[in-house]
Design a protein around this ligand. Structure first.
Ligand code: PNS
Length: 165
């Protein structure tokens, strides 16, 4: 039984993430989506909200589980008995950081390897930061995230606008 961890901030989950989750879940027996609990990054959504949103949009995938983690990714991988870490590569600009991260992780935990999925061309430009930027200025994010997530993002920015009134 092969278990993989797909880690990330997912603030919020996009169609690009979902594409990787769906494809990785087809080649793995068990896929754990690991949501980083790191307030230093000042996320838009709390870790509980990000986990909830991911659970909603992956509910149709029976071998996918969503969990939060803090600390080192490789420690979470070892605790979860994961064989591999899955990451998506959108463009050459992702490569340097991803290479450094996977080599560091392999140095710390030699038994946990990283495999990369190249992002579907349709979503090569997409990132959670772009989604937030567009939504913050009132633009439509319907092309970037599932409808339920678009609703949560809109709601979050409305709450923020109310707070600064
Ligand atoms: O979606 P992101 O923000 O690009 O994901 C980055 C993530 C969560 C994979 C990375 O920041 C991470 O693994 N953080 C946990 C801490 C850790 O293990 N750092 C060492 C990596 S070399």
């Amino acid at each position: 039984m092969k278990t993989a961890i797909y880690p990330g901030s997912f603030d919020p989950v996009t169609f690009g993430h979902l594409d990787i989750i769906e494809r990785a879940s087809q080649v793995m027996d068990h896929l754990i989506v690991g949501v980083l609990n790191n307030n230093a990054k000042s996320p838009l959504f709390s870790v509980e909200e990000r986990v909830k949103m991911l659970r909603e949009v992956t509910a149709h995938l029976p071998n996918v589980e969503v969990q939060s983690f803090g600390g080192l990714l490789v420690d979470f991988a070892v605790q979860s008995n994961a064989d591999v870490i899955v990451r998506g590569l959108r463009a050459i600009t992702d490569f340097e950081y991803e290479l450094q991260m996977s080599q560091t992780n392999r140095k710390i935990a030699p038994d946990v390897d990283t495999i990369f999925f190249t992002t579907n061309l349709k979503y090569a430009y997409l990132s959670s930061s772009i989604v937030k930027e567009v939504a913050m200025y009132g633009g439509s994010i319907d092309e970037f995230v599932p409808p339920v997530i678009a609703g949560y993002v809109r709601q979050k920015f409305e709450q923020k606008r109310e707070l600064i009134k």
